[in-house]
Design a protein around this ligand. Structure first.
Ligand SMILES: Nc1ncnc2c1ncn2[C@@H]1O[C@H](COP(=O)(O)OP(=O)(O)OP(=O)(O)O)[C@@H](O)[C@H]1O
Length: 634
């Protein structure tokens, strides 16, 4: 029995020990270790803080009795618990169901052990979970940290980039400012250099101009002196030859006079004898007086009758007085006579200017020339188709070839042409209207059709309400407007003016084609210079002297031409900018005069240049004067 009891006690102690062990394990997990079963002196705060645990233990373990006065030995061991255990064991031992109790206790103990194992497992799972959680948190923290670090790094990079950009901008700005400063300095130095260059150039040019002016002055003076000397020489020469001629003439006249005196004396001797015979015979006297009277009356009557008949013929068939020039000639037959003479002269061949090809001696801009040619062929076709003619207006500066072009147009179109000047109408006064009608009647008689060219048309056909226009002039204009009211199949009206704006609006309304004649361009000036060089210099050498010239005058001077090249003519064409065709023709006439004025009758490059320069200076001067004039008028 005692043995059993001991065993029970031992197992109780073991159970307590195992309980204490499991308690220790749980306490290790939960917090500070509690040893409620065999606690010697539990710390007061632990007892207070673990109230619930002690409560739980109260429900699970046998109830413990509070010992306020523990009997502890010198070594600190309190045997009371052991005693209590022994008592309990004794109680259990005394019980009839001790075995059952033990078994129950064992079962409970096993259950509790299992529970503890489950709890430990659960605890381990929780611990693993907590570990995983901790790891996740650590990972997240690390992730956040790395993100933060990456952000910081990116910010740092951005900031550095920003700084670098700003630094670069600042550097660029500084560089640009430096460059601008440099450019400004360069520009200033360039301007200074340019100013100095210009000043030098202007000085050189002024000097050159001064030299040229002096040279031109000297040249002009030389030409003047030369011309004067030449003129003086010629005058002296002609005076000498005049004296010789006069003497010869006097001798010849004396001889003639003597011849005539002797002839008259002989005649008078005969007449005196005859008269004496008549006067002595009365019958003969009567016959002689009657015969002489009848002869005088016959002569007078014939002369007066012829005058009357001629004036009638002239009025009916003759050319109106307003016409200055005409291809028809003064009388209807004179056109064909002159044409026949021309044919005979030319041996049946037509000259280059009248052969229908080319454009005669008129040099025009190619486009204008083409237009005139087209107009000529259109006019020719108009006539052949019996359609009405188209009137034309030529306008442009003076001396640009308007009249010449009108003549060529008429020639090419196969029409007759007649030329009148607007300025001739005003002096006719009250006669003007009759003359205009006469002119149109005469024009209508042309079988080939007639191109009536009115030069300086603005003098006659200007605006009708101008105050200075006379009544006669207004009537003449009205007469012309009346005659040109309808489109004509006989007359082409070609008007030429330098001031197209002055024409009466009714006149402008009658115009179908308007052609502008501008000043010749460089190419045209070159051609004009060539043409007039040919006309005034080269061809004069080929001209045969006339009969009178060969009888009475000494041999014509031959002009020698040296060094007048195409380049020289081109140079002259460039210099003569602003010259009209007429001015160029006159310029070449001046060249001819200068050649005749020279001792050797030689035209070389120097003389040619001299005259050109002189004429160009003259032209500039004239233009300047005209400018001042117009300025003053304004
Ligand atoms: N285009 C030209 N081609 C050849 N010679 C010309 C030309 N223009 C003018 N001339 C010369 O000038 C002279 C005058 O020409 P024209 O009478 O045709 O001029 P215009 O224009 O009718 O002048 P204006 O308006 O003064 O009457 C001609 O005789 C000729 O020597």
């Amino acid at each position: 029995m005692a043995q059993k009891c001991a065993i029970g006690l031992i197992s109780a102690v073991a159970a307590s020990a195992s309980l204490s062990k499991s308690n220790m394990a749980s306490a290790a997990a939960d917090g500070p270790l509690t040893f409620s079963g065999f606690s010697t002196s539990p710390p007061p705060q632990q007892q207070q803080g673990s109230g619930k645990e002690s409560g739980e233990e109260e429900s699970d373990a046998p109830r413990r009795i509070r010992n306020d006065n523990p009997r502890t030995g010198s070594d600190g061991f309190d045997p009371e618990a052991l005693e209590r255990g022994a008592k309990t064991v004794k109680g259990i031992n005394n019980s009839a169901h001790a075995k059952k109790v033990f078994e129950r206790i064992k079962t409970e103990e096993e259950t509790r052990q299992a529970e503890f194992a489950a709890k430990a497992k659960e605890f381990k799972a929780l611990q693993a979970q907590a570990e995983a959680e901790r790891q996740r948190v650590v990972y997240e923290e690390q992730k956040k940290l790395s993100q933060h670090q990456a952000q910081t790094k990116a910010q740092m990079a951005r900031y550095e980039d920003e700084l670098a950009r700003k630094r670069m901008q600042a550097e660029n700005e500084a560089q640009r400012t430096r460059n601008q400063e440099l450019v400004r300095m360069q520009e200033e130095s360039e301007i200074r250099r340019e100013g100095a260059r210009r000043a030098t150039e202007e000085e050189i040019q002024a000097q050159r101009r001064q030299t040229e002016r002096e040279k031109a002055e000297i040249e002009r003076e030389t030409i003047r002196v030369k011309a004067m000397a030449e003129a003086e020489g010629r005058a002296r020469e002609s005076k000498l030859s005049e004296d010789v001629n006069r003497r010869m003439l006097v001798d010849r006249a004396n001889a003639e006079r003597e011849k005539w005196v002797s002839a008259i004396n002989t005649t008078f001797d005969h007449i005196g004898g005859g008269l004496r015979m008549i006067l002595t015979d009365q019958n003969k006297l009567i016959v002689a007086v009657g015969g002489i009277t009848a002869l005088a009356a016959g002569i007078y009557t014939t002369r007066e009758g012829a005058k009357v008949i001629w004036s009638y013929v002239d009025r009916v068939l003759g050319q109106p007085s307003l016409i200055r020039e005409s291809s028809r000639g003064k009388y209807p037959w004179s056109g064909s006579v002159s044409r026949a003479l021309a044919t005979l002269k030319g041996g049946g061949k037509e000259s280059a200017s009248t052969n229908g090809k080319g454009f005669g001696d008129v040099i025009l801009h190619p486009s204008l020339q083409k237009r005139i040619e087209q107009l000529a062929s259109a006019t020719a076709n108009t006539k052949s188709h019996q359609a009405p003619f188209r009137n034309m207006l030529f306008y442009g500066p003076p001396g640009t070839g308007k009249t010449m072009a009108a003549r060529e147009l008429a020639r090419k179109s196969g029409l007759d042409y007649a030329l009148m000047t607007g300025g001739d109408v005003a002096p006719l006064g009250a006669q003007a209207v009759t003359k205009i009608h006469q002119l149109f009647d005469w024009s209508k008689k042309s079988k080939r059709g007639l191109l009536l060219f009115i030069d300086e048309a603005d003098a006659f056909l200007c605006e009708r309400n101008k105050t200075y226009m006379s009544e006669a002039q207004r009537s003449a204009l009205n007469a012309l407007l009346f005659r040109t009211g309808d489109q004509s199949k006989d007359i082409v009206l070609a008007l030429a003016t330098n001031r197209p704006g002055d024409l009466d609006s009714a006149v402008a309304d009658r115009v179908d084609e308007t052609l502008e004649f501008p000043l010749p361009g460089e190419e045209e000036r070159f051609k004009l210079l060539n043409l007039y060089l040919d006309k005034y210099i080269t061809k004069t050498n080929l001209k045969k002297p006339g009969l009178l010239q060969s009888l009475f005058k000494k041999d014509q001077l031959k002009i020698e031409v040296k060094g007048i090249t195409e380049d020289l003519l081109k140079e002259a064409a460039a210099k003569t900018k602003g010259f009209s065709g007429r001015e160029i023709a006159k310029l070449m006439a001046s060249v001819q005069a200068a050649v005749y004025g020279s001792a050797e009758c030689l035209l070389d490059a120097n003389l040619f240049r001299e005259v050109i320069d002189y004429k160009v200076a003259e032209h500039q001067q004239r233009k300047k004067l005209a400018g001042t004039d117009t300025g003053n008028k304004k």
